[in-house]
Ligand binder design. Structure first.
Ligand SMILES: Nc1ncnc2c1ncn2[C@@H]1O[C@H](COP(=O)(O)OP(=O)(O)OC[C@H]2O[C@@H]([n+]3cccc(C(=O)O)c3)[C@H](O)[C@@H]2O)[C@@H](O)[C@H]1O
Ligand SMILES: Nc1ncnc2c1ncn2[C@@H]1O[C@H](COP(=O)(O)OP(=O)(O)OP(=O)(O)O)[C@@H](O)[C@H]1O
Ligand SMILES: NC(=O)CC[C@H](N)C(=O)O
Length: 705
């Protein structure tokens, strides 16, 4: 007797509130799973309305339309003969739950509400849902009449139960539940669930996939069993990118894993697991058996079905073999993740916003260069998908370009249609930055504009002088005050933003393209945002920023990676250049300004401050203590104190700038995004009187000692 079960998990590119598109993608994934021989298919968390509906979950319409959409799935006869695990909000006795709904042949088997809600970082599920707190208990859920008519059921069980099929037992764990110390899979496995299904809405952060795989590998290594993990993939309407990587593990080994980043709307990952191995693994583990036989194992209610996941478990069929475990999991390096995640996010945003492409102010510096490389990466993915026959990507591309007959020849060809770069020079710009911008644009195929805007700068200064009747403001190198010097720089920076929006609106018209206007891209990185080293409402203000949660140090690593992997020799010059704003007059024809000198700290130091502040939750005093140990080889307590105090001073002065930062791709746990992720006041006492005094006392004590 063999017990081979073929199971399917998916990554779907759902879009919040796009019920029609979401149901189509779910149905397509079920059909694909069946075609691949699967008898169980799981999809992402809340896949019917889309995970990222946020406060729309509070609207009864969202639940209502989810039931209507579920009704369509239940009535579709092509979706039968497979257990389907789908997700939607369910209102039970006036309480809203985040639920899995398990279906089979037009009937609902079980509704399983989430028991441990995600409530940190970007997650705030308790704002909309309540957790189901009754372990191993169910209640009767009365179906909405329209659904009851379809299924022929009046009530279905809702709660924490297991599903018994003819050949195995299935337990449901929902996303965050895996991340908790007392994960439900532990009790469910001890109670005999052999397959655990986990549907997630888990967004990308660099290196996060390791954590998911380790948690599941650890779970199945300790408990034994088959574990299915599904996830959304794509931008479903905000700063997050859900990064797929749907997978199947068994007894600690990865059997199959889908792609983390890809443009395909539907990806089904299938594996055949041998349940005999699960049984042998568990039975041979004496201490596990002792626990499983004990009184503490919850007596789960069990929903019964005669359906069997094994094709015919009475006979050995040599054509069906268990999937061999992967030898290694091919984790991407963080640089590769930066190249792919934001690129896929940009593509989803572009096609879903139905605009005509991107416009990027390209300065010849590292940040806008990294942004350009991400768009280049997007163009490569789009060209590859078209060449591989992805009809959806080709249709979306044709709509963006406004050309129904277009077929791309290459990534550079795609860039020529979608990507616009612009160098906006002034008398303060150097030939080096202008040249680097032009060469990079050539290398990646963007439509490049090289302009000078001195006339506009002079006009604004002249207007100011005329209105105030005073002398013209001067740069510091010409004897001007600090205020004059800053004001003159900020005019240039803000004019660039104005020009960016003008060109984004009208370049398609100039090029006689029938695509829509362009999305303006910004390139402010985490470090300069935290330090406030940028002009409010300059080119950092844009429609989207692909690099806004990434530090300068990581961006430099990404550009170095792109130099080799994308074979762009021009990037050597970017890596070698000294970062500079080029907003003050040149000295002997070359740049007289250096970011790090002006900021009073290096980008590497800023990266460290940024991680300590957010990830390690350090206030000024804790940061000082941490750095005292980490920097003790090179710096004394007084120097470290001065650096920490300088950072917190500028952070406090400039925190207000975070409130208007351009929406940025969420890539890192140290993101300073003020609107959704890093919630802080923006009016601080910049003296930090109490905190700095505490540091000063510690320095005094150490100096005395
Ligand atoms: N607590 C608060 N809440 C709300 N608003 C507040 C505020 N404190 C000041 N403000 C306002 O903020 C404004 C000052 O900010 P802003 O106009 O940006 O000007 P500001 O921060 O004074 O100057 C721009 C900074 O960026 C540097 N910079 C300039 C250009 C390019 C680059 C580069 O990235 O390479 C760097 C420049 O050296 C300087 O340090 C004023 O309007 C002020 O009223
Ligand atoms: N000469 C320029 N031409 C076009 N865009 C520019 C120019 N100077 C600055 N910008 C735009 O303004 C943004 C902020 O300018 P800033 O001088 O602060 O550069 P940065 O943040 O160090 O970025 P980069 O490394 O791209 O220069 C740049 O990322 C770029 O998009
Ligand atoms: N939707 C969820 O429950 C996600 C929570 C989980 N901590 C994650 O990041 O994957």
């Amino acid at each position: 007797m063999v017990h081979y079960v073929t199971v399917a998990t998916c990554a779907l590119n759902q879009w919040a509130l796009d019920f029609q598109g979401n149901v189509q993608r779910i149905a397509q994934s079920i059909r694909q799973a069946k075609a691949l021989g699967a008898r169980l298919r799981i999809g992402p968390e809340l896949e019917i309305p889309g995970y990222g509906c946020h406060d729309h979950f509070l609207e009864p319409d969202t639940t209502r339309h989810s039931w209507e959409a579920l009704g369509e799935l239940l009535q579709d006869k092509t979706l039968g003969d497979i257990i389907v695990d789908t997700g939607m909000p369910v209102l039970h006795r006036n309480v809203l739950y985040n639920c899995r709904v398990l279906l089979l042949n037009g009937r609902i088997l079980l509704i399983r509400p989430k028991m441990h809600l995600a409530n940190d970082g970007n997650y705030r599920e308790p704002r909309w849902f309540s957790p189901w707190t009754k372990q191993a208990a169910t209640e009767d859920f009365v179906l909405p009449p329209a659904v009851a008519r379809i299924t022929g059921q009046r009530t279905v069980p809702l709660g924490d139960a297991l599903l018994d099929t003819a050949d195995t037992c299935i337990g449901v764990e929902l996303c965050e539940e895996l991340f908790t110390p007392q994960s439900p899979h532990i009790a469910m496995s001890l109670a005999g669930a052999e397959i655990i299904v986990n549907s997630s809405g888990s967004h990308h952060e660099l290196r996060k996939l390791h954590r998911r795989v380790s948690l599941i590998a650890e779970a199945t290594l300790k408990c034994g069993g088959v574990y299915l993990y599904a996830n959304q993939r794509g931008c479903d309407g905000d700063r997050m990118y859900y990064d797929g990587a749907a997978m199947v593990l068994a007894n600690g080994h990865v059997l199959a894993m889908g792609r983390q980043f890809a443009l395909a709307d539907v990806e089904v990952t299938v594996a055949t697991a041998d349940l005999s191995r699960v049984r042998a693994f568990r039975a041979a583990n004496a201490s596990r058996s002792l626990q499983a036989a004990g009184r503490d194992v919850p007596a789960y209610p069990r929903v019964q079905t005669d359906f069997s996941l094994s094709p015919d478990f009475a006979q050995l069929d040599a054509s069906v073999a268990p999937t061999r475990p992967l030898k290694t999991v091919a984790y991407l390096r963080p640089e590769e993740e930066i190249a792919l995640g934001p690129a896929c996010w940009l593509w989803d945003y572009l096609r879903r916003s139905r605009l005509g492409g991107f416009f990027l102010p390209l300065s010849g510096g590292i940040d806008s260069c990294a942004t350009a490389l991400i768009v280049h990466s997007m163009c490569r993915l789009v060209a590859d998908a078209c060449h591989a026959g992805d009809a959806q990507v080709l249709a979306d591309l044709r709509r963006c370009c406004g050309d129904p007959a277009y077929t791309p020849a290459s990534a550079l060809d795609v860039a020529g249609r979608l990507f616009h770069t612009c160098y906006m020079g002034t008398a303060n710009s150097s030939a080096e930055t202008r040249g680097r911008a032009r060469l990079l644009a050539q290398s990646i195929g963007s439509y490049h504009v090289d302009l000078d805007m001195d006339a506009a700068v002079s006009a604004i200064v002249a207007l100011f002088t005329m209105v105030t009747g005073g002398p013209a403001p001067q740069y510091a190198v010409h004897g001007g005050s600090a205020a004059e010097n800053l004001a003159l720089q900020n005019i240039q920076a803000r004019l660039r933003m104005l020009l960016a929006y003008l060109f984004a609106a009208l370049l398609p018209w100039v090029r006689q393209s029938s695509g829509g206007p362009l999305l303006v891209l910004g390139s402010a990185n985490v470090d300069e945002s935290l330090r406030g080293y940028f002009t409010k409402y300059d080119c950092s203000s844009a429609d989207l920023n692909p690099i806004g949660s990434i530090s300068k140090a990581d961006l430099r690593r990404f550009v170095a990676f792109a130099r080799t992997e994308m074979q762009l020799a021009v990037l050597d010059e970017f890596l070698a250049a000294t970062p500079s704003a080029e907003l003050v007059p040149l000295a002997d024809g070359s740049c007289a300004q250096s970011d790090e000198v002006e900021m009073g700290m290096t980008y590497d130091e800023l990266s460290i401050f940024g991680r300590l502040r957010k990830v390690d939750k350090c206030g000024p005093y804790s940061m000082f203590v941490r750095l005292l140990h980490e920097w003790s080889d090179s710096l004394g307590p007084a120097e470290i104190a001065a650096k920490v105090k300088r950072f917190f001073y500028y952070y406090a002065v400039n925190r207000h700038k975070m409130t208007t930062l351009t929406p940025a791709y969420h890539a890192e746990a140290y993101s300073p995004d003020d609107n959704r992720f890093d919630l802080r006041p923006f009016l601080y006492d910049t003296a930090w009187t109490w905190q700095f005094a505490c540091i000063d006392r510690a320095v005094a004590r150490m100096t005395k000692a």
